[in-house]
Ligand binder design. Structure first.
Ligand code: NI
Length: 264
């Protein structure tokens, strides 16, 4: 168990020509787990199919805030059914996106809150997308976690991950103390990423995860190319330098955290 990429969109068509080779390459690099989150119902189904066919691959199911036009009660019910699959370990990727603004805000809020309720019901952690919506995301998540704690749900201890965390360490504090994990992606390797590098070096070891967000956010030195799970090692190497430990140690503690959060 050396490395785990807890966020890669292996179902996307950018991988249609060489998906099996990409997964094989990741395994050869030492990845023991890859988590594919859904962005809508079709993508969630594809993620589950990939997980069924590849031992190291696990799935999350959910509708991403930019895919609001696909949302309906029927979709919610089918997600709930899919979530019962033994290789589905989380609800995601869900959240708020005020940058692309593809979905009206009230609908984004409704989708997020419905899927948080689903996660609570299924006792599954959430994978959270946030783009330029930090205040609202934090408020909604903290309220949700507080309710979990009050109802003595075990999920309150490990409610989910802030995927591709891009805020500062001060903003991270409240979420960390509510039990959330931070997912660090390729941008931590960029020269101008000082704020994120502070987050990667100061977050408690027990709360960090490493991700690629493949095919996006390719780390240095492959910036400009398509991203893939094997490159999560570059993220681990950068965090290792920042924290003064070995890349293997980063791979191991983040894999241990992923195992705790996703129970796989
Ligand atoms: Ni993503």
């Amino acid at each position: 168990m050396t490395y785990s990429d807890t966020h890669c969109h292996l179902d996307f068509d950018r991988f249609d020509d060489d998906r099996d080779i990409v997964i094989q390459r990741a395994v050869e690099k030492g990845l023991s787990r890859m988590l594919v989150p859904g962005v809508d119902l079709a993508s969630s189904r594809a993620a589950v199919a990939l997980a069924e066919n590849n031992a190291p691959v696990y799935a999350a199911v959910g509708v991403h805030p930019n895919y609001g036009s696909s949302w309906s009660d029927a979709v919610y019910n089918q997600l709930a059914e899919l979530a019962d699959h033994p290789k589905v370990v989380a609800i995601g990727e869900i959240g708020l996106d005020y940058y692309w603004d593809e979905t009206p805000k009230p609908l984004q809020w409704k989708m997020l809150k419905s899927q948080l309720a689903l996660a609570a019901e299924m006792q599954m952690p959430v994978i959270i997308h946030n783009r330029e919506a930090y205040e609202d995301v934090a408020e909604i998540l903290l309220d949700w976690q507080k309710d979990l704690a009050e109802s003595q749900s075990p999920l309150a201890e490990k409610p989910g991950v802030l995927h591709s965390y891009s805020g500062n360490i001060i903003q991270a504090e409240k979420l960390l103390s509510a039990g959330f994990y931070l997912g660090i992606t390729g941008p931590v390797t960029f020269k101008n990423a000082q704020e994120l590098q502070v987050v990667a070096s100061e977050t408690p070891e027990t709360r960090l995860l490493i991700e690629t967000d493949s095919p996006y956010l390719t780390p240095h030195p492959n910036r400009g190319k398509r991203n893939e799970p094997a490159y999560v090692v570059y993220v681990a190497e950068k965090i290792a330098t920042l924290r003064g430990v070995s890349p293997k140690a980063v791979g191991e503690f983040t894999s241990r955290n992923a195992k705790i959060l996703f129970d796989w």
